[in-house]
Write a new protein. Structure first.
Length: 69
């Protein structure tokens, strides 16, 4: 996988989550409370951090926002 593919994949993750939040008129802080996570960790996950914790948080986000992985 090239660096460009990694960047594009990260942007795609971020955009999908942000669009879903906009459609639901929801802020990241509200989402963090809803899934029981720290807003800073949630922000890292939304911006495609690849740590195991961020991946776990994204899975919660996908379930709550009904986003297909």
């Amino acid at each position: 996988m090239t660096e460009q593919n990694v960047v594009e994949g990260a942007q795609s993750i971020t955009e999908r989550i942000q669009v879903s939040l906009l459609h639901r008129h929801m802020k990241q802080v509200e989402l963090a409370k809803l899934i029981g996570e720290n807003p800073v960790q949630l922000n890292r996950a939304i911006h495609a951090d690849m740590s195991p914790k961020s991946i776990e948080i994204r899975r919660k986000i996908y379930r709550v926002l009904d986003i297909k992985e």
